[in-house]
Every structure is written in C-alpha cells, then in structure tokens.
Design a protein around this ligand. Structure first.
Ligand code: ZN
Length: 196
C-alpha cells in the first residue's frame, strides 16, 4: 500500500509530496509531514522542500552521495527560503542501481541527475511504480532547469534510462500520482524541443 502525504507549509513556500510504502519506507521529508514510524526515509534529492522535515523523524535517512554532500554543505536552498538548514544529519549513501530488499517489496535506486546533480528516482519493482521526485512531473511539465547546475543533457540521459523501465504509475515529488502509457517518450520529445 502506498499512502500519499501532501506537505503543508507554514508560509507560502513550495512544498513537496511525501509517500509511505507499506508503512516502512517513506519517500522525501516535506515540511509539515509526519509519517507514522517509518524505518527509512529516502530523499529524492537535496532541495529544501524535500528535506526540511528530516528533524521530525528519528529513523534512518538515505540519499545519493551527491545529495548528501549538497545537504551537508548547506546547498539545499533552505536558508534562502527561510527554512532551518539540515546539516549534521547522518545520511546513508545510495548507489546507482542499488536494490533495497524488504520482506514484501524491493526498491531499485536510479541516479537521475538533470534537475540537480543529486537527484534519484526510486522504482518499486513488484508494483512497477516510480517515485520520481522533481525528475518527472504530471502533464508533461519539465523540471526546473534554470538552476546554475541544472543540465538538460544529463536530464535527457536520465529520461533515456527511465524509459527502459515498465512504469505503471508515477508518484511525483509535486502533484498527484498518475498513470500514462508511453509517458517517458512524450517527455523526451518535450525536452528535445527545448534543447539548445
Ligand atoms: Zn527540486
């Protein structure tokens, strides 16, 4: 079972959506979200709207090595948006292609840089669900690529990688879960049209 936890911001800051898989593993730590006793929280990337809820939880946290570096050096944009900085939290690094096995499900980690260098997607193998963070959004909306380190070419490589997966349902970092056949191909076309 996948439960949806929409973030709630105290001000008008952007908030992300969190998810809880089988009451065990949560995806992202948005502001205003309290998961009931997760074992592990996996961060899709380093941006503040996905990490600022970390101090509310005492479970293990995991993210890509790059996201960990960005978070530990204060590059999450937390300060800029008036949120407390997340530094000094012990975070376990996740390798590209790593599979995390739980009694009733398996999560595959896919490094998907482009929007930011530390981005990952998490694939729930048994249910063919993709937790896509800020890499894939509904309605063919592309991620923010205006950040100094955003890279449309890297994003295209990440989309190529994701299009090899059979994805039954997307769980994006913002907005509602959705299903769409051939979605990654449509998204690649949209990104290609924007390429310099
Ligand atoms: Zn982001």
């Amino acid at each position: 079972m996948i439960r949806v936890f929409p973030g709630k911001s105290a001000s008008r800051r952007p908030v992300s959506t969190g998810y809880l898989i089988e009451s065990k593993v949560a995806i992202d730590a948005p502001e205003g979200v309290l998961y009931p006793n997760p074992e592990l929280i996996i961060l899709t990337h380093e941006h503040c709207d996905h990490v600022t809820g970390i101090p509310n939880h005492s479970c293990k946290i995991a993210a890509s090595p790059t996201a960990i570096k960005e978070i530990s050096t204060g590059h999450s944009f937390c300060k800029e948006l008036g949120l407390p900085e997340i530094k000094g939290t012990k975070i376990r690094p996740l390798k590209d292609g790593e599979r995390l096995k739980f009694p009733s499900f398996t999560l595959r980690i896919l490094h998907t840089p482009g929007h930011c260098p530390g981005a990952i997607c998490i694939y729930l193998e048994e249910k063919k669900c993709l937790f896509s963070g800020d890499t894939v959004f509904p309605d063919l909306m592309l991620p923010n690529l205006s950040l100094p380190y955003s890279d449309p070419h890297l994003l295209m490589e990440s989309y190529e990688k994701l299009s090899k997966l059979e994805i039954g349902k997307f769980f994006p970092g913002h907005g509602e879960p959705f299903s769409s056949v051939g979605y990654m191909d449509e998204l690649k076309d949209g990104l290609r049209a924007l390429m310099p």
